[in-house]
Design a protein around this ligand. Sequence first.
Ligand code: F3S
Length: 274
Amino acid sequence: MQVKLADSYGFCFGVKRAIKIAEENPSSHTIGPLIHNPKEIDRLWNNYKVDVVEDIDRLQPSERAIVRTHGIEKEKLQSLKDKNLDVIDATCPYVTKPQEIVASMSAEGYDIVIFGDIQHPEVKGVMSYATTMVHVVMTCEELESVRLREKIAIVSQTTKREEDFLKIVDYLVGRYKEVRVFNTICNATFDNQSAAKKLAGEVDVMLIIGGKNSSNTKQLYEICRQNCPDSYLIEGAEDIKSEWFSGKKLCGITAGASTPDWIVQDVISSVSRI
Ligand code: F3S
């Protein structure tokens, strides 16, 4: 099987930065998974004894706690500091940005709309910075039942699609007098998405590598599926099924922003052998 890699794929700046921080601080604890990739989390444990802690009450004063790439709730960050832990913030600067915007717009009396998934840790963190009303929505329909005041500020989860964000913005601008729009979608996501879209249109079968709980990997998968019906989301080479390739010549490969290159290389070798 011939293989073609997307022009832009895999680890983004924020993930590279967080992993470097973890590698430089062995035997520390990350508050929730550092990134959304179980294999990389295992590697950090095996090679650096960096573990994942969900319950911060388990940590003892002066232990080292690393705040995950997606950020955490403001109150949780405060509790880490109150417990006298050695806190290292690995929140991606592109995630810190919407947190800051929400805090300052709230302070100016704006109601907050966040375009994103309310279950996602990044969104939970960003929400926690609001002191006025905050609504998290994925669609315009969800806004129909929401009562907002006249001053609204909107931000997006960093990994969302711009065209979907603009639909929500359009809806709000058409109905409210003052809407402050902050496009907080991250460029790394754009680059990986447009390269994946282009490649999916050229190949017979497309593999998207990433954690199944990773939002940006799921987005990549959706984009690829629209352009190549034979698209498959995998976490690693062990998920590959040879029947996907029967009668196919060219396989495109892309990877989510939390997928390390060693997994990508592993998948390339496996597919090349088919
Ligand atoms: Fe940050 Fe963008 Fe990556 S928000 S974690 S650089 S996908």
